[in-house]
Design a protein around this ligand. Structure first.
Ligand code: HEM
Length: 214
């Protein structure tokens, strides 16, 4: 659970940093998209990513089933939940499902029109490497802006909990470091999510000024 989760956090960090390039330079961003197009290494990386997501999801299912079994049919002996039990920790699975639905939408918006189109030889609205225009077109529609904001929020809750839970699982936390990791994790995840948010708000509010800084 924790290793796949940490690898996914690393992927998200890279993905957010790359997306920020779209705010700065349309040409630079499309160069990255071409590089990460249907080349063998990019397809291989996508397969690794898919494997990580599947592993993460299967572990989550197993953990959820085990937890429910351990609690018996009466899921909570004490129904007043202790205040120190985080909301996110109790809802990791539900948040995970929202995240999966968002991911399906996201892959349809981008991956399907880009990598898949290139592999399958199909034609989308733009060239498969024209990530810049796909972002512009997607976030010109307020419904996608709203859905992506909800998605990012769910991801934020899911990972702020997941981050320190992963650190705890691999045993890097003493008393002091447990608290520190928690703060580091919260800052890290918040920055990554703000980078994603900056891209979608930038493209939504000012489609004509993004991508022209360099
Ligand atoms: C503003 C927010 C985001 C933008 C503009 C964005 C943009 C893109 C683009 C353009 C691609 C297609 C790359 C290609 O196929 O060549 C892509 C793929 C992808 N994105 Fe995002 N993304 C965003 C947020 C996210 C988030 C929050 C997640 C994860 C929860 C995510 C997960 C993925 C995955 C898994 C792929 C497929 C990667 C692959 O083909 O290997 N993205 N994204």
């Amino acid at each position: 659970m924790s290793v796949s989760g940490m690898a996914l956090i690393l992927f998200l960090t890279f993905h957010a940093c790359m997306n920020v390039v779209a705010l700065i330079s349309a040409e630079g961003y499309n160069m990255i998209c071409e590089f990460l197009g249907a080349n063998w290494y990019a397809v291989a990386a996508t397969l690794v990513l898919v494997a990580l997501i599947v592993i993460h999801f299967v572990y989550a299912l197993i953990l959820t089933v085990q937890n429910r079994k351990a609690r018996g049919s009466n899921r909570y002996a004490v129904t007043d939940k202790p205040s120190q039990v985080e909301w996110a920790s109790q809802n990791m699975f539900v948040l995970g499902v929202i995240i999966c639905l968002g991911l399906l939408l996201h892959l349809y918006n981008f991956w399907y029109n880009m990598m898949f189109a290139e592999l399958a030889g199909t034609e989308g609205l733009y060239a498969p490497g024209d990530g810049f225009n796909y972002i512009k077109q997607t976030f010109s529609q307020p419904v996608f802006v709203v859905l992506y904001v909800i998605w990012l929020l769910a991801i934020w809750f899911h990972i702020t909990h997941g981050f320190w839970s992963a650190i705890q699982t691999v045993g890097w936390s003493g008393h002091v470091w447990f608290k520190r990791w928690r703060v580091i994790g919260n800052i890290w995840v918040t920055v990554v999510m703000l980078l994603f948010l900056a891209v979608l708000v930038g493209f939504w509010l000012c489609p004509d000024c993004v991508g022209k800084l360099a």
